[in-house]
Design a protein around this ligand. Structure first.
Ligand SMILES: [Zn+2]
Length: 124
């Protein structure tokens, strides 16, 4: 799902998209000539692999998100999450995928491991 940068105005433009079991909904609003703010949330569930025992499990997802989007290269990225779409097209699926990838890249345990004693040793 792509939205042209120029089509977004100061009035928040709502969007919703779904990938697998993850729903991504929110709005886009222009806050400057080269700046759009995305406010939204991710909810649903995704399949993750436990970093301890390696088993796959479903993780419920509930994440609020606030990003700045620009159609030009941003020099000062200190204070905010900024995504650049230099071709002027905001690719919301790309945003969704990078967020879920970041989430999957975190260190996480399955419910069984999370509930077990920290000092438990894995037997092979
Ligand atoms: Zn586990």
């Amino acid at each position: 799902m792509k939205i042209a940068f120029d089509k977004v105005g100061a009035t928040p433009k709502p969007f919703i998209l779904t990938q697998d079991a993850v729903h991504f909904e929110g709005s886009l609003a222009k806050t400057g000539s080269h700046q759009i703010v995305l406010e939204g949330k991710l909810h649903g569930s995704m399949t993750l692999e436990c970093d301890r025992c390696g088993s796959a499990y479903d993780q419920a997802l509930e994440e609020s998100l606030m990003l700045q989007i620009s159609d030009r290269v941003v020099q000062d990225k200190e204070d905010l999450d900024i995504i650049e779409f230099l071709d002027g097209m905001i690719d919301l699926m790309y945003v969704l995928q990078s967020e879920t990838n970041a989430f999957a890249g975190d260190y996480h345990f399955c419910p069984t491991c999370a509930a077990s004693d920290e000092t438990l040793e894995i037997e092979f």
